[in-house]
Design a protein around this ligand. Structure first.
Ligand SMILES: C[S@@+](CC[C@H](N)C(=O)[O-])C[C@H]1O[C@@H](n2cnc3c(N)ncnc32)[C@H](O)[C@@H]1O
Length: 309
């Protein structure tokens, strides 16, 4: 039975992604975050008979769902982390890809499934792994990390101002066994209207740590540059400022240091040219229909044509 895309995960800013992504109807495309395949399916509908589309995801549930949604000989699903896309894709496609899409983070089905441990709305195990091949779980982070490490990751990855008392509370309540145990630790520190935001920030921080999301994003962006052909495009949708900052910096400078390299004549040397400075957001209509789209920030860059010789 085919599950409708709306009951599973609604693809965010679908029209905008397709608009910026597709150039050559019979080109090669990579969806680095296949999920349920909503964007890929829509992309395939715009492409010609000789197009090739690879969909990467490291989550078995996502791959199973995409397989139900997409039955197309031009499409190939690939299990793995987009941070290693160059090794996941056929070697002769390096430097030949027309468009790459990254729709970052977790999908609705991962969040909505309490047994995955991403949600604080229902009780579940402290897991939060997108790929079950990962050894580290949320339980390991909250129960085994030192106070300093826990405090710093809540501050850096969650941008949580009360990281010190929350980290101390978590340590005093060890061992934590479920998502509600973790939620209660935050509730005992942050009272009033800000509680939910803090819980959400703490869950985000631990999820980022468990899945090494920022490191994989950096690695994925670098690999995407190698995979793209000259003038090929990368479209990235991020859902929080940490990710968006990384994407913005990389598109602008081609590195993560923030420094822009210049050649002998003072011209910028960078592999990508951002197509616009400010990220695009979902329309008001989409935001009202799909709450997940409210935090989406879409950036697009084009691979700079290398001068011969
Ligand atoms: C926001 S969802 C994508 C939804 C998809 N665009 C759709 O329309 O159905 C993100 C997906 O990317 C996957 N993902 C996140 N980070 C990944 C990574 N580093 N490597 C591979 N897959 C990743 C998640 O498992 C999830 O299925």
């Amino acid at each position: 039975m085919q599950q409708s895309e709306t009951s599973y995960h609604i693809p965010v800013m679908k029209d905008e992604c397709l608009h910026w992504l597709s150039g050559r109807p019979n080109g090669i495309y990579v969806d680095g975050t296949l999920g349920a395949g909503g964007h890929t399916k829509a992309l395939l509908a715009t492409l010609g008979p000789d197009a090739r589309v690879f969909g990467i995801d490291h989550d078995d549930d996502a791959l199973a769902e995409a397989a139900k949604n997409i039955n197309d000989s031009r499409f190939e699903a690939v299990k793995g982390n987009f941070g290693f896309m160059q090794t996941l894709l056929p070697p002769d496609y390096t430097g030949k890809v027309d468009g790459i899409l990254l729709d970052l983070g977790v999908s609705s089905y991962q969040i909505d499934e309490p047994s995955r441990g991403f949600t604080y709305r229902e009780d579940g195990p402290l897991d939060m792994r997108m790929s079950r091949l990962r050894a580290l779980t949320a339980a390991d982070v909250v129960n085994e990390y030192s106070y300093e490490r826990l405090r710093d990751l809540l501050f850096e990855y969650g941008e949580e101002r009360r990281s010190i008392p929350i980290a101390k509370t978590i340590i005093s309540q060890r061992p934590l066994e479920s998502t509600f145990d973790l939620k209660k630790c935050v509730e005992s520190v942050v009272k009033g209207p800000h509680t939910i935001k803090s819980i959400s920030r703490v869950f985000q921080a631990i999820r980022i740590e468990v899945n090494q999301e920022l490191e994989m994003l950096k690695q994925g962006l670098e690999q995407a540059v190698s995979m793209l052909r000259d003038e090929g495009r990368i479209v990235v949708m991020s859902y929080h400022s940490l990710e968006d900052r990384i994407v913005k910096q990389f598109f602008k400078a081609g590195n993560f240091t923030g420094k822009q390299d210049k050649d002998f004549y003072g011209n910028l040397v960078r592999p990508l040219q951002p197509l616009f400075a400010k990220p695009l957001s979902a329309t008001a209509e989409e935001q009202s229909q799909n709450p997940r789209s409210r935090s989406a920030r879409l950036r697009v860059a084009e691979k700079v044509k290398q001068e011969a010789g």
